[in-house]
Design a protein. Structure first.
Length: 166
């Protein structure tokens, strides 16, 4: 049972990270001319579907892990600050998506939150032990959102300037 949970968790993370990454790359590419065509929109919807499937797998397998740890007497894992940081960060992913969909959060912020959240969940999942407290992990996470926002702004600015010069 444990191995099935691990595989489902890894697949969910891979689909989420890959979907988020390729959705953003393709969106930036599609917006080079200032318009997302119908064909580009269909492709983006596919990426978003992959991302959602990844999120569902990640969340379901994550809850299954919590139940497994409790039933198998491994409660000590439930007190790990890395686990709590990861759970909060994964919880932020759908909240961010919902807020973006109902236009309560702008794209310039929603995109870096999504990308940073997925990659942070991946990184936290890869390392067995991380020598940081919950507060330190969350501080690094928040700082990373700002860095990714700046990087994406520069990339998009570069492409919009290229479009104007053409």
């Amino acid at each position: 049972m444990y191995q099935i949970l691990v595989i489902a968790h890894i697949i969910g993370t891979v689909l989420g990270v890959g979907g988020a990454t390729f959705a953003e790359i393709f969106h930036i590419r599609a917006m080079r001319d200032g318009v997302v065509t119908d064909e580009e929109s269909v492709t983006l919807k596919i990426f978003y579907t992959v991302l959602r499937v990844g999120l569902v797998l990640l969340v379901l397998s994550g809850f299954a892990f919590l139940i497994y740890f409790r039933l198998e007497g491994h409660e000590k894992y439930l007190y790990n600050p890395k686990l709590w940081a990861k759970m909060i960060i994964v919880f932020i992913i759908p909240i961010n998506a919902i807020l973006f969909q109902i236009k309560k959060i702008p794209a310039w912020l929603a995109t870096p939150i999504s990308l940073t959240s997925w990659y942070t969940a991946l990184i936290l999942g890869v390392y067995r032990t991380i020598p940081y407290s919950f507060v330190e992990i969350m501080g690094i996470y928040l700082a990373s959102i700002l860095v990714i926002a700046l990087v994406l702004w520069r990339i998009k600015d570069h492409y919009s300037l290229s479009r104007i010069k053409s």
